[in-house]
Design a protein around this ligand. Structure first.
Ligand code: PMP
Length: 362
């Protein structure tokens, strides 16, 4: 069988070692006689899996002690409602939430939050396309805003922040890091809330990670479902309701694997190298084009177009024949997209680059 490289935006490629370990432990986890899927979330076996996963994540991201790590459900889109329901109780009503519109996902966050408060789009792109992060000097922030929401890596548009914005007063910074968490070092202390769906760099779909500063707990609106009230979830070690246990287990294996790889710093260097390799092939001549401003090009999601779009289907068929899968771009953008998350090996990027060059007749 041809070796497969999966460039899906998510659910996405996971480390082979993790999948092999999960397979080996599937029927009998550590002599317990059962699969992790069958264990009580309140039993000592699962509690140990959960605590190790949290400890490893804390170490990987150097999460300060005054932040909680929560494992929830509801995905990134769920958080678009869960964040306002948890934070709006902090400030006088009517409240305003600031947003920076940098792509499709921040756009969805704006629409959802508008159901709970008035929203101020502090910055948006100059034209129709999402090809850069609006520079912070241009942002029209609201004094006393309930929070400022950004999406630090726009999965569909391939636009990634290369700076951490400064906020005014005690307005918390909220970041949707779904598609690049653990791919680069971050200073957690600059954020009030970080959230991420798991299905890119963390593990299987169904698990949502929230990292929240302690002082932002306990302000949920009365309408907030208890199972999504971060304080209740934190007080119950993410086990107020039954958490997605198997997804947490796989995430734990991914965290342990990342530590063995040298942690986030080592991963970041690999990601820089992989992205450089791919963008260089796209920039070589005008056969292909990536339209994102160089300083905001995502290291994780690389959208690109063929100069002659009538060749799209031929390109995709040839890619598939070589085991290069899921390269079709998102329907709202068109063209192609290669997602090269942590678990995409350099050999996979090299195989794509070889194909790009071959297809362009270089
Ligand atoms: N935010 C970002 C940046 C995403 O990439 C995605 C999913 N691709 C979402 C939010 C939505 O996540 P979910 O489908 O888990 O709700």
């Amino acid at each position: 069988m041809t070796h497969i490289y999966n460039f899906s935006a998510g659910p996405a490629v996971l480390p082979q070692e993790v999948l092999k370990q999960a397979a080996a432990e599937m029927l009998d986890w550590h002599g317990s006689g059962m699969s992790v899927m069958e264990m009580s979330h309140r039993g000592p076996e699962f509690i140990s899996i959960y605590r190790q996963a949290v400890a490893d994540l804390r170490e990987l991201l150097a999460i300060p002690a005054n932040y909680q790590v929560l494992f929830l459900q509801g995905g990134g889109l769920g958080e678009n409602a869960i964040v306002p329901m948890n934070l709006l109780g902090r400030c006088a009503q009517p409240a305003t939430i600031d947003f920076v519109l940098s792509g499709s996902w921040s756009g969805k966050s704006i629409k959802e939050a508008a159901r709970y408060a008035s929203v101020n789009v502090a910055a948006r792109p100059a034209g129709d396309a999402f090809t850069s992060v609006p520079p912070q000097e241009s942002w029209q922030l609201t004094p006393g805003a309930a929070y400022l929401h950004i999406c630090t890596n726009e999965t569909i548009d391939g636009v990634e922040y290369n700076f951490v914005p400064t906020v005014q007063g005690d307005t918390p910074l909220v970041a949707d890091m779904s598609s690049h968490i653990l791919s680069r070092q971050i200073d957690v202390s600059k954020y009030g809330v970080i959230f991420a769906g798991a299905q890119k760099n963390i593990g299987p779909a169904g698990l949502t990670l929230v990292i929240v500063r302690d002082d932002l707990l306990g302000h949920a609106l009365p309408i907030c479902p208890s199972a999504f009230d971060w304080k209740i979830v934190a007080d119950n070690e993410s086990m107020y309701n039954t958490p997605p246990t198997y997804a947490i287990y796989i995430a734990g294996l991914v965290f342990a694997h990342l530590k063995r790889q040298g942690g986030v710093a080592a991963m970041e260097q690999r990601n820089i190298d992989k992205a450089r390799l791919l963008y260089a092939a796209l920039d070589f001549d005008d056969f292909y084009a990536n339209r994102v401003a160089p300083e905001n090009r995502s290291r994780m999601n690389v959208p690109f177009f063929l100069r002659d779009e009538s060749l799209n289907e031929t390109f995709l068929a040839g890619a598939k024949a070589r085991g290069l899968l899921q390269l079709k771009g998102h329907k709202s953008v068109g063209g192609m997209r290669a997602s090269i998350y942590n678990a995409m090996p350099t050999e996979g990027v090299q195989a794509l680059v070889d194909y790009l060059n071959e297809f362009a007749g270089r």
